[in-house]
Design a binder for this molecule. Structure first.
Ligand SMILES: [Zn+2]
Length: 219
């Protein structure tokens, strides 16, 4: 396995890529070789949450479930923050119980996220996916133990080059999320920005994968 895609909504069946495909509990696809499962803040329906958590608890015990998520907090949507926090904390309880890493969606709620991590003493790896903010926030997240994953905005936003350069090699992942680009092209851009070879990026991510996703294997 040469490449790892930390977060995607499209399974490409590329044999060179280990893809952590995002799943929603009520649309579960049992054929995916490797997945994460979670309640996305955009799609919280209060009346469905109990059932979704039950499905999640069942599915996260499958060997090909590598993470909880994406889940998190989003201040730019209409769903009340109180409800988002409640649903997120219930998912974090599952993450702690089953010692699962978490793939995080976070929009304009990073301080709240850091506080929750501290208050609940969450000690499983937490990865912020689709990072697009500044170096200062990245550093604060790293200092608080988070990993950071880059993809869409690394491609679309040239200002992220400096931010990405500042991330130590043992703390980042790469992803495609919903974009059409291949994970290989994201690796190539990452290598260019860090002024290293694509192979060195592969090695770093392999090591990070083996540390974070102990249930998974990447040789
Ligand atoms: Zn996504």
């Amino acid at each position: 396995m040469h490449y790892f895609n930390l977060h995607t909504h499209h399974f490409t069946k590329d044999e060179e890529v280990l893809e952590l495909v995002n799943q929603y509990p009520k649309q579960f696809d049992a054929t995916l070789p490797c997945f994460s499962i979670g309640i996305h803040p955009w799609y919280i329906k209060e009346e469905d949450v109990a059932e979704e958590l039950k499905i999640m608890e069942e599915k996260i015990q499958l060997p090909n479930c590598l993470a909880i998520g994406e889940c998190g907090l989003d201040k730019r949507i209409d769903i009340p923050m109180e409800l988002q926090v409640e649903v997120f904390e219930k998912q974090m309880a599952l993450a702690k119980k089953y010692k699962m890493p978490v793939v995080l969606h976070c929009v304009a709620a990073f301080q709240e996220l850091i506080q929750i991590k501290k208050r609940l003493k969450i000690n499983v790896p937490m990865i912020i996916h689709g990072f697009s903010k500044n170096e200062q926030l990245a550093k604060q997240l790293l200092d608080n133990g988070f990993y950071i994953s880059f993809g869409k905005y690394l491609i679309q936003n040239p200002e992220l080059e400096e931010v990405f350069k500042s991330i130590p090699k043992d703390r980042f992942f790469l992803e495609t999320d919903t974009i059409e680009k291949s994970i290989k092209s994201v690796y190539e851009l990452a290598a260019k920005y860090k002024n290293i070879t694509s192979e060195e990026v592969q090695n770093s991510i392999k090591q990070n994968f083996n540390i974070v996703f102990k249930n998974g294997r990447m040789d």
